[in-house]
Design a protein around this ligand. Sequence first.
Ligand code: MN
Length: 131
Amino acid sequence: MGRRFLVAEDNPKNMRLVGMLLKAAGHEMLTAQDGEEAVRVALEQRPDAILMDIQLPLRSGLEAMQVLRATPGFSIPVIALTAYAMRGDREQFLEAGFSGYLSKPIDTRSFLRQVEEILDAPGNPTGNREE
Ligand code: MN
């Protein structure tokens, strides 16, 4: 079953790449180019899952995450996209409420598998996805 993803990413090249990969796998994609748009589209459109760049204009991915997690009833899984690859990042992102994270540059071969693994992990919110 295809999912409806929101991709929040300010880099057009990455956005195109992620869009290609998601659509080729039968998923739908909504887009946001900054952290404020990401919050607005997430709350208005209630996608099945969100891919959130951490370095976004207006609000960072972490700030957008804080707003979303503070919204009553919000249970959509959010995956961080980050160029950082430092030790301890994983814990930091999980603590912030992200379901997992993918590091950039995006690995086109494993991207979809990584996304599915995070979304299918036990204990993850299922969002409004129908089983
Ligand atoms: Mn960015």
